[in-house]
Design a protein around this ligand. Structure first.
Ligand SMILES: Cc1cc2nc3c(=O)[nH]c(=O)nc-3n(C[C@H](O)[C@H](O)[C@H](O)COP(=O)(O)OP(=O)(O)OC[C@H]3O[C@@H](n4cnc5c(N)ncnc54)[C@H](O)[C@@H]3O)c2cc1C
Length: 228
């Protein structure tokens, strides 16, 4: 476990906040990875820890997680949102393989719903800061409200194509998958990176396989426990 200190709390929109924190010791991670966050408290039956993607980039001095306030929050979220600058947060080492492919020539199509944009922020900020990678990036982001189009100004700096979809009907998931497939067909050798609520990732993965993609051409990041 690495102890960290909350350094800044940034409000991204009505309900979404980014917690920036400083680790006590050097903390290594790759853009797109996640950590387990522990907040000791008298917890409800869902416990004292959650997984969060680091929305920060390794090129930034501070670490960050981004999450939403909901009307009926878990005890964990209540505790998280009561933290103030100077308070402590314990995090595990970074995990996960939802990271940029080693081979820089592979075009990446991000297919994302809602807060699933956090690993995209991390990776595109990394690419924007390092500047030398020259990768082919597209972002397809679906949200319920236009205010939820977080981090667009960051991914727009490195993406050659972005589609921001504000949900209007129930078929939006299907439409987004078809868009991803269209882009996949125009970019030989590309990989689709799907991120967001579990059901969205599961359904999009399934549809893309039905449309002819191989599992090796898809990378998934399931936000288990996140429904919106
Ligand atoms: C690899 C990975 C990466 C992730 N990255 C992120 C990320 O970057 N950002 C992010 O926000 N989340 C992320 N998540 C999801 C995160 O771990 C939490 O599961 C999520 O934020 C929901 O938090 P919560 O369980 O505290 O519920 P809340 O956000 O408090 O509530 C979520 C829903 O559960 C309901 N609920 C609350 N308490 C209870 C209860 N006791 N019993 C039943 N229902 C209840 C609420 O009414 C609401 O509908 C990630 C998960 C994984 C696995």
């Amino acid at each position: 476990m690495t102890p960290t200190t909350i350094t800044r709390i940034e409000q991204n929109n009505d309900s979404t906040y980014t917690f920036w924190f400083t680790p006590e010791k050097t903390f290594d991670y790759s853009a797109g990875q996640f950590v387990e966050v522990f907040i000791p408290h008298e917890a409800d039956d869902r416990g004292t820890h959650r997984w969060f993607t680091l929305s920060s980039s390794p090129t930034e001095k501070l670490l960050a997680i981004t999450t939403r306030k909901v009307s009926k929050m878990s005890s964990f979220k209540h505790q998280l949102f009561s933290l103030k600058v100077g308070d402590q947060l314990l995090i595990s080492q970074a995990m996960g393989d939802f990271v940029l492919p080693m081979q820089r020539s592979i075009p990446i199509i991000f297919l994302v719903r809602g807060i699933g944009i956090t690993p995209v922020r991390s990776m595109t900020k990394f690419l924007s800061d390092t500047g030398t990678e020259n990768r082919d990036i597209s972002v397809i982001h679906n949200v319920k409200h236009s205010d939820d189009l977080l981090f667009k100004s960051i991914y727009d700096t490195v993406a050659s194509q972005t589609v921001s979809e504000v949900e209007k009907d129930n078929d939006v998931g299907k439409k987004m998958t078809l868009l991803a497939k269209e882009q996949f067909d125009t970019k030989p050798g590309s990989r689709v990176y799907i991120s967001g609520p579990e059901v969205f990732v599961e359904e999009s993965n399934h549809r893309l396989i039905e449309l002819g993609l191989k599992p090796s051409q898809i990378v998934t990041d399931y936000f288990h426990g996140y429904n919106a």
